[in-house]
Design a protein around this ligand. Structure first.
Ligand SMILES: Nc1ncnc2c1ncn2[C@@H]1O[C@H](COP(=O)(O)OP(=O)(O)O)[C@@H](O)[C@H]1O
Ligand SMILES: [Mg+2]
Length: 310
């Protein structure tokens, strides 16, 4: 498999007259072609910033950002226009950003297809509305549709120009849990059927259980990853209540190491070690595993005494 997205040491600084906000502080992330993955993080952790960089809506300040083999830091304005039209599709939380309320579903889905003939546009729109299960709502106006239906139309729109990558920013933020589940199931179907890479941003861990991989970001950096444990969750996927109960247990957590070997240890573990703020920890190899522990003060004194021995 080859890589769809590569971020290395990605930095984004928002400068205003008075302040500078470092929204991404050297973020590392790789997304494989065909993956269905989620980015999770608290509000303000830099999720939307990351999505906007990858979607070509804003320029990174520094670092490396490759999408589908293209180097976005070298893009001209014209490159960005082509890229946004042909390579990526967007689904937003806020429907007002996706859809035009007084137009029909058919009309909405055709909007992004600016370079296609009218006949092909209509055929493609029909095909996409069928894919998202809305053939019967083809000629309904958006303002007559439920929130869930509107999100389905939004997904159809994102696919209009056959993008390689679909970016969804809190796509379930404005709908109830059941509808959110259906929207995620649809994104999963689209991923499996079309093979399109999908990146979903959410602050809700429970929603991310339907994806294969979750990357957690904290303060503009990737902190840990959760990988789907095994296929048993897949097998149980059709039994929705089971899958819901499996919740976070369906994934294993992996800490992410950067290129220089720095590793972020999950906060709960540090708490359990009784470590706050900066600390010096013992790191040892034991049976092929790296063990990290709090040496305690007595041990540290002994260690420094040992090291001064000639
Ligand atoms: N256009 C902007 N100008 C200045 N600061 C911004 C801008 N957009 C986002 N930020 C700041 O960058 C940080 C990350 O924001 P954001 O990417 O929106 O986080 P999230 O989507 O995870 O909630 C926040 O501190 C936010 O206030
Ligand atoms: Mg956001």
């Amino acid at each position: 498999m080859s890589e769809m997205v590569t971020c290395e040491n990605l930095v984004k600084i928002y400068k205003t007259k008075e302040t500078e906000v470092v929204a991404l502080q050297g973020l590392d992330l790789t997304i494989e072609q065909g993956e269905l993955m989620a980015i999770i993080g608290n509000s303000g952790s830099g999720k939307s910033t990351l999505l906007n960089m990858i979607g070509g809506l804003d320029r990174p300040s520094a670092g490396t950002l490759l999408v589908d083999g293209k180097d976005l830091l070298k893009f001209s304005e014209k490159d960005y226009v082509t890229y946004k039209r042909d390579t990526v599709g967007f689904v937003w939380q806020n429907n007002a950003r996706n859809l035009i309320p007084y137009m029909t579903a058919m009309e909405n889905v055709q909007i992004p297809m600016v370079l296609t003939s009218a006949k092909k546009r209509a055929d493609r729109a029909k095909e996409l509305l069928e894919l998202v299960g809305l053939s019967h709502r083809r000629n309904s106006h958006l303002n007559q549709m439920s929130g869930g239906e509107q999100q389905r139309v939004a997904i159809a729109i994102s696919l209009a120009n056959s993008p390689k990558l679909v970016l969804a920013d809190e796509p379930t933020g404005a709908v109830d849990t059941r509808t959110a589940d259906a929207v995620l199931d649809l994104l999963r179907d689209v991923n499996r059927q079309l093979g399109v890479t999908i990146m979903i941003v959410t602050h809700d861990m429970s929603l991310s259980r339907k994806v294969d991989r979750i990357v957690a970001i904290r303060d503009g950096r990737t902190s840990s990853e959760f990988l789907r444990k095994s296929s048993y969750v897949d097998e149980m996927q059709h039994l929705d209540t089971y899958a819901a109960e499996a919740g976070e247990d369906s994934h294993v957590e992996l800490a992410v190491m950067d290129a220089t070997g720095r590793l972020q240890i999950p906060r709960e573990y540090l708490q359990a070690l009784g470590v706050k703020g900066k600390a010096r920890l013992r790191v040892e190899m034991q049976d092929g595993k790296v063990v990290v522990y709090n040496p305690g003060e007595g041990d540290v004194e002994k260690m420094s005494a040992d090291t001064v021995q000639p």
